[in-house]
Design a protein around this ligand. Structure first.
Ligand SMILES: NC(=O)c1ccc[n+]([C@@H]2O[C@H](COP(=O)([O-])OP(=O)(O)OC[C@H]3O[C@@H](n4cnc5c(N)ncnc54)[C@H](O)[C@@H]3O)[C@@H](O)[C@H]2O)c1
Length: 359
């Protein structure tokens, strides 16, 4: 795999405020930041987002672990005391279907939470860079895909609209502070995601129960990528911002061309891999839902050439390898391996694979 890796010299001893650290991406990112010897303060809700939860399974020591609602100011004094040099804002209500069911909470968390982070920045004397993580769903779907960063933001459902609004908060926030930017990635997959209504956890659960997985949108094309891919992009982006490099205020971190495929194709491939790993798959492994529960954007693809050009970042992993790595994690943990060992092992082989690539 070819690509650039975060600079350990930059991250060593760096104070990093990471919101959403107990979530799926946050748990992987905390592990990576600790491996880079950064000092991490996390802010997340008191309750873990899922049961089981990757954060609980990892049981990481040494994190300054703050539990608070990011949309309130109950955590900001502690953050000022920590005096972060890098702020990575991931805390969000991130599920489209929950956005339909709980639009007010979704807007409050995703918009007001971002406002709170922006408000905090002016008080941080040592701040070097802020990165706010949004999504590929921020793009107004009336524009043709693949989306480039200059496409308009929009959003036809509360989650997408709240993330589009978060983009505008970051873009328009008036006070001058250290460089800030937004990062847009697509659906990510990886071991330890236990959320409902996400494809791979849904199918691992269904197949474990001897059932076929119900697909809401089997022909929907999504940009699949392993969670480590955008996380590597976020770290590289934060480094570039902190170094004062002339980088754009928003970047896409999607998979390389050809990695956007239909949900049904991913499930067919996953079924083959799951059987290879010793699991059982009933029938074809999936059935189409008779009526989609709500409208989903049928096709989402990102154009990530700007990130390649300005950061030297591009997706290094083929979607099939990402699916295999993810299924190996679930089979490994399901067979008794420690989640932390699986995460560290997969992170080590991912970074080693990139290091070994010719530059
Ligand atoms: N997972 C994906 O496929 C995906 C795709 C695109 C973008 N994203 C974005 O990446 C980020 C992380 O997503 P994830 O998949 O890890 O989500 P997750 O649900 O696993 O974790 C969400 C995290 O945010 C925290 N959080 C939620 N509401 C909060 C609040 N009010 N106050 C404080 N903390 C709060 C939770 O405690 C948890 O730590 C989100 O911003 C999400 O929108 C995720």
């Amino acid at each position: 795999m070819t690509g650039r890796l975060p600079d350990p010299g930059f991250w060593r001893g760096r104070r990093v405020l990471l919101t959403g650290h107990t979530g799926f991406k946050g748990s992987w990112l905390t592990t990576w930041l600790q491996q880079l010897d950064a000092e991490v303060m996390g802010v997340s809700l008191p309750a873990l987002p899922t049961e089981p939860s990757l954060w609980a399974q990892l049981d990481l020591a040494g994190v300054h672990d703050v539990r608070a609602d990011v949309a309130t100011d109950s955590w900001t004094a502690e953050a000022r005391g920590f005096s972060p040099e890098v702020v990575l804002h991931l805390a969000a209500q991130p599920i489209v279907s929950v956005g339909h069911a709980e639009p007010a909470r979704t807007f409050e968390t995703n918009v007001q939470g971002t406002v709170r982070v922006m408000e905090l920045l002016a008080d941080l004397d040592d701040l070097m860079a802020t990165l706010v993580v949004t999504t590929d769903k921020v793009y107004d779907p009336d524009q043709s895909a693949p989306h480039t960063e200059d496409h308009h933001v929009g959003g036809v459902d509360p989650y997408s609209a709240s993330k589009a609004a978060a983009e505008l908060v970051v873009r328009s926030w008036p006070r001058t502070t250290a460089p800030r930017a937004t990062a847009r990635a697509g659906n990510v997959i990886g071991g330890g995601d236990w959320a409902d209504r996400r494809l791979l956890p849904d199918l691992v659960r269904a197949w474990g129960d001897g059932e076929q997985v119900l697909l809401r949108c089997p022909q929907g094309v999504r940009p699949w990528q392993h969670v480590l891919e955008p996380l590597r992009g976020y770290l590289l982006y934060a480094e570039a911002l902190a170094a004062g490099r002339d980088v754009p205020p928003a970047l896409n971190f999607g998979p390389a061309d050809g990695q956007s495929v239909a949900v049904a194709e991913v499930v067919q491939y996953a079924a083959v891999q799951w059987r290879h790993l010793g699991g059982t798959v009933p029938g074809s492994g999936w059935v189409a839902a008779p009526h989609p529960a709500f409208d989903e954007t049928p096709e989402l693809t990102l154009d990530s050439r700007l990130a390649a050009d300005r950061l030297g970042w591009s997706g290094a992993m083929h979607w099939q390898d990402a699916v295999t790595l993810t299924l190996e994690w679930y089979r490994g943990v399901g067979s008794g391996a420690a989640a932390a060992d699986m995460v560290r092992g997969q992170l080590a082989s991912y970074t080693a694979g990139i290091l070994e690539a010719p530059s």
